[in-house]
Design a protein around this ligand. Structure first.
Ligand code: FMN
Length: 509
C-alpha cells in the first residue's frame, strides 16, 4: 500500500478560521485568571483574526487569500523565500542560472587566491553538444609564450592608439546601475590589475576618473555625459572628456546582448540627485534611453557617425552590438568598406549577457548567443577581407578560462566581462540589480548596503581574479601549442555535430 499525505486545504482553512477566535478567547481568559502576560498572546491572536477577516472579506485582489485567508499567506511567504531555499539547499552544483555554483565558486576562488584544482572528475556533460578545446601532442612551455598585447587603433594609424597588456576588460556597467562603492572597487581593481574598465552609459565618469584607471568611455544611445538637451552629441563635451588622461578609448553602444533593440533602462528607485545631475535627467522617473542613436538612422549614417566620433575624440573608437541578422552585418561591413571607415573594434555581446534591468522577454528571447554570433562576425569580416582592419572584443558569460579560451578560438582578440568581476567582489547572484536592494552593496545606492563593500579589499580581489585568469589562460595556451591567443583558431575547437554552434556555420543568417 502506498501512503500519501494529502492536505485538504479547505478543511485546514475552516479549522484555522475557527481556531483563531477560539485561541484569542482562550488567552483572554487565561490573562484574566492565570497571568496578565497571557494578554500578549490575546493581542497577537486578535491581530491574526483581524488579518484573516481582512484577507477573507476585505480584499479582492488575491483569490487565494479570499478563499483560504491567512493560510494562503503561507504560500506567498514560502514562494518569496523559494529562490534562497533552492539556492542554499536544493539545487545541485550545476543547476542554477545564470551561473551555477561551480561557475561562481571558480570565480570566488580565483578572486581569493584559493587553488581551484578539482578532484575525481568533471561535472560537465560529455555529450554531443559541448564544445571542447583541442590540445597539442607536444605542449609548449610558458617561457615560449608571446606577450598578449592588443593594440587598438593601430590599423588606421590612430595617433593615440592604445595597447592593453592583458586581454581582459571590465565590461560596461554604468554608475547608476552600480553604486559609488562598486565603481570604486572595479576602478581601483582595474588599476591594480593593469586592465581597462568600461564606464558604461552612466554619464560623466566622476568616480572612475578619481580612481585613475584606464577607461573606455561608453556612449550609449542617450549620450549621457556628452549630450545636448535634445539627446544629440555635443562635440565639445566629447572633446573635453576625450582629452582626459584616463580616457583611452570610446565605445559607441549600438546594442547590448541582454536587450538588443531596446535602450538602457535605469529604474526610478535608483535615481539619486547625483545621478540625475551626472546624466542630465529628472529624478522620480525611469530613465529610458532610446533604442538607437538619433544620428544613426541607416548603415550609411551609422558608419559616418563612427568616423565623426573618431575625428572629434582622436582616440580609438569601437562599437558594441549584439548580433541579430547576419545579412545586416554583411551590409554594415559593406558600408564600412564603401566609406573606408572601420571602427577600431567591435564588441560582440552575446544574448546570454547580463544587465542591470531589462524586459524579461528581451533577456530571454532576443539576439544570438555569443559563440555563434562571434563566429559569424569573424567569418563575415574574413570573407570581406577586412578582418585585419579592426579588433573583436567578446562578452557574454565569459567568467572562466574555459569559455574565454573558446571565445579566443572563435575570433576574439580580448574578453570583456561584467558579471565575472561582480562575482569577484562578492556578488551572490541575488538577482536584485534593478531594485536598489543588492544585499552585497554592488548594484545599489543605499549607503547601508554599500557599507558591505570594503573597497581596498575588493579591489585586490579584482586583481587576484585577473591574475589567476591570466595564469589559467596561459596554461591552456601552452596545452594547445599556440604561443599567443592570436594563433588560436576554429581548428583548435572540437565542435560536436549537435552543438548549436554548428547550426550557424555556413548559414547566411
Ligand atoms: C549591472 C550591469 C550593468 C550594465 N550596464 C551596462 C551599460 O551601461 N552599458 C552596456 O553596454 N552594457 C551594460 N551591461 C552589460 C555588460 O556590459 C555586458 O555586455 C554583459 O553583461 C556581458 O555579460 P557578462 O555579464 O556575462 O560579462 C551591464 C551589465 C550589468 C550586469
Amino acid at each position: 500500500m502506498t501512503g500519501k499525505l494529502v492536505v485538504n486545504l479547505h478543511k485546514l482553512a475552516r479549522f484555522t478560521n475557527l481556531a483563531l477566535p477560539f485561541l484569542a478567547g482562550l488567552f483572554f481568559l487565561a490573562g484574566l485568571r492565570i497571568s496578565f502576560y497571557f494578554h500578549f498572546l490575546t493581542v497577537s491572536f486578535l491581530f491574526l483574526n483581524f488579518l484573516n477577516a481582512f484577507y477573507l472579506f476585505g480584499q479582492r485582489g488575491h483569490s487565494l487569500l479570499r478563499n483560504f485567508g491567512i493560510l494562503g499567506q503561507g504560500r506567498y511567504i514560502l514562494e518569496s523565500i523559494g529562490p534562497e531555499l533552492r539556492q542554499y539547499l536544493y539545487l545541485n552544483d550545476t543547476e542554477e542560472r545564470p551561473f551555477n555554483r561551480n561557475e561562481r565558486s571558480e570565480v570566488y576562488r580565483k578572486a581569493q587566491n584559493i587553488n581551484s584544482a578539482s578532484s575525481f572528475g568533471s561535472q560537465k556533460d560529455f555529450d554531443a553538444t559541448e564544445v571542447k578545446v583541442r590540445h597539442a601532442m607536444f605542449p609548449i612551455r610558458k617561457s615560449q609564450l608571446k606577450p598578449s598585447d592588443v593594440t587598438f587603433g593601430e590599423e588606421r594609424g590612430c595617433p593615440n592608439a592604445y595597447t592593453m597588456k592583458r586581454p581582459f576588460i571590465i565590461s560596461a556597467m554604468s554608475f547608476g546601475s552600480l553604486g559609488e562603492s562598486a565603481v570604486r572597487c572595479f576602478a581601483r581593481g582595474a588599476k591594480q590589475a593593469g586592465i581597462l574598465m568600461n564606464t558604461g552609459e552612466g554619464g560623466y565618469p566622476k568616480y572612475h576618473l578619481e580612481e585613475g584607471c584606464d577607461l573606455i568611455f561608453q556612449m550609449g544611445t542617450a549620450k549621457f555625459g556628452v549630450r545636448h538637451p535634445d539627446g544629440s552629441l555635443d562635440d565639445d563635451k566629447l572633446k573635453a572628456l576625450a582629452a582626459k588622461d584616463s580616457i583611452k578609448m570610446i565605445e559607441i553602444k549600438f546594442s547590448q546582448g541582454a536587450k538588443p533593440g531596446k535602450g538602457g533602462l535605469l529604474p526610478k528607485e535608483k535615481i539619486t540627485d547625483e545621478i540625475a545631475a551626472l546624466r542630465g535627467v529628472t529624478k522620480g522617473e525611469d530613465v529610458i534611453s532610446p533604442p538607437s542613436h538619433r544620428e544613426c538612422t541607416d548603415l550609411e549614417s551609422a558608419v559616418r557617425f563612427i568616423r565623426h566620433v573618431q575625428r572629434i575624440s582622436e582616440l580609438p573608437v569601437g562599437i558594441k552590438m549584439a548580433m541579430g541578422n547576419a545579412v545586416e552585418f554583411h551590409g554594415l561591413v559593406d558600408e564600412m568598406k564603401r566609406q573606408d571607415v572601420f571602427p577600431d573594434w567591435i564588441t560582440i555581446d552575446g544574448s546570454e549577457g547580463g544587465t542591470g534591468a531589462a524586459p524579461k522577454a528581451f533577456m530571454d528571447r532576443v539576439g544570438l548567443p555569443l559563440f555563434p554570433a562571434l563566429k559569424r562576425a569573424d567569418d563575415i569580416l574574413t570573407e570581406h577581407e577586412v578582418r585585419n582592419r579592426l579588433k573583436i572584443i567578446a562578452s557574454g558569460k565569459l567568467v572562466g578560462p574555459g569559455r574565454q579560451m573558446i571565445a579566443f578560438c572563435l575570433g576574439a582578440d580580448a574578453i570583456a566581462s561584467a558579471r565575472g568581476h561582480m562575482l569577484a567582489i562578492g556578488c551572490i547572484q541575488a538577482m536584485q540589480c534593478g531594485n536598489n536592494t543588492c544585499p552585497i552593496g554592488i548594484t545599489t545606492h543605499d549607503p547601508d548596503l554599500q557599507r558591505g563593500l570594503e573597497v581596498d579589499l575588493k579591489a585586490q580581489r579584482i586583481a587576484n581574479y585577473v591574475q589567476n585568469l591570466e595564469h589559467d589562460l596561459e596554461e591552456l595556451l601552452c596545452a594547445t601549442g599556440c604561443r599567443s591567443v592570436q594563433e588560436l583558431s576554429f581548428e583548435h575547437l572540437y565542435v560536436p555535430k549537435d552543438s548549436t554552434l554548428n547550426t550557424f556555420i555556413g548559414s547566411s543568417h
